[in-house]
Design a protein around this ligand. Structure first.
Ligand code: SF4
Ligand code: MG
Length: 334
């Protein structure tokens, strides 16, 4: 069956004074109906730009300069703003890191919610208010009737994010894109929000794309993971592939930098040395080459995506049979 969303060879550039910033350089990925996929990477990896392209939110100086985005059989590249308004917040919804930027500070939460519900579902005022109360209850907000008459600043950060999730879900989207939804929250609240997403997901066929810099967040909710770096997909696989059988040195580095709690002690973190590539002047070969502990002369050439298992691919020469044979003969090459 066709995936709900498929992105093929997407390229997005930002035309700045300093030159062309090639933020996304040929990204392909797909999201099936009902699955939760994590897109992971450091800042500047192109993950948020990819999400914005999927939402039709790339605007000058940014531009989609290549590739295809298909959603439920419809091409999303080149839609008019009017066509986007029919999709966005309706069939595709988004939750951002900072809910304050998406909420109107001088309007009661209830008014904002009922407005969205009325616009998307065509409900009368009373019915929309009932629906808002029901949605707030579903995202774990107690005394929703009273809460509707409060302003955003009267909610805590975690509660505001719950409100945003309620608003996003009130339109019953087929796809929810959450960009760093828990990054601004403390660890306990973060876990509660992730639990909430998992629980809401369990009761629907909705697909979720979770954008994060934190592999730990992905481990809690995602069934599949796409690892991005330097505007490209480095590795893609099931959560098991990524956590137990990583085939890309960047993924392996991310895993080593994850805090582990074992028997009450915290292992020391091993950060990945170095900085991401400059996308104003991107490297021709492997984007991870400057930071990779396994870099070899061959890496001056951009590797293809190697199939390393079913649905598991990695953009790294170490997965090439010829390179593996050569490394066995001349291990010092690596
Ligand atoms: Fe490292 Fe080379 Fe693999 Fe890139 S292609 S990740 S530089 S070994
Ligand atoms: Mg971002």
């Amino acid at each position: 069956t066709e995936p709900l969303l498929s992105v093929k060879d997407l390229k997005v550039s930002f035309y700045t004074r300093a030159g062309e910033n090639q933020a996304v350089r040929g990204v392909s990925l797909h999201i099936d109906e009902g699955e939760t996929v994590g897109i992971v990477g450091e800042s500047g990896s192109g993950k948020s730009v990819t999400a914005k392209a999927i939402m039709g939110l790339i605007s000058p100086p940014g531009q989609i300069i290549g590739g295809e985005i298909d959603f439920a059989g419809q091409s999303l590249v080149g839609l008019t703003e009017r066509e986007w308004r029919r999709l966005r917040g309706n069939r595709i919804a988004m939750v951002f890191q900072d809910p304050m930027t998406s909420l109107n500070p001088v309007k009661k939460i209830g008014d904002q919610m009922t407005e969205v519900i009325r616009r998307h579902r065509g409900l009368a005022k009373e019915a929309a208010r009932k629906e808002a109360i029901e949605m707030l209850r579903r995202v774990g907000i107690t005394r929703p009737e009273q809460r509707l008459d409060q302003y955003p600043h009267e909610f805590s950060g975690g509660m505001r994010q719950r409100v945003m999730i309620a608003m996003a879900l009130s339109c019953q989207p087929e796809l929810l894109i959450a960009d760093e939804p828990t990054t601004a929250l403390d660890v306990t609240i973060q876990a509660q929000i992730l639990d909430l997403l998992k629980q809401l997901k369990a009761n629907s066929r909705m697909s979720i794309v979770l954008i994060t810099h934190d592999l730990g967040v992905v481990a809690q909710v995602c069934s599949r993971v796409v690892v991005m770096y330097g505007g490209m997909v480095m590795e893609e696989g099931t959560a098991e592939d990524i956590f137990y059988r990583p085939k890309h040195p960047y993924t392996q580095g991310l895993l080593r930098s994850l805090p582990k709690r074992q028997g009450g002690t915290r292992e020391r973190l091993v950060p990945i040395e170095g900085t991401p590539p400059d996308l104003l002047d991107p490297p021709q070969g492997c984007p991870f080459r400057d930071r990779c502990p396994h870099a070899m002369p061959k890496c001056a050439e951009l590797p293809p995506h190697f199939e390393v298992g079913p649905g598991h691919r990695a953009l790294c020469w170490l997965n090439d049979e010829g390179v593996q044979a050569q490394l066995r003969r001349e291990p010092e090459l690596e």
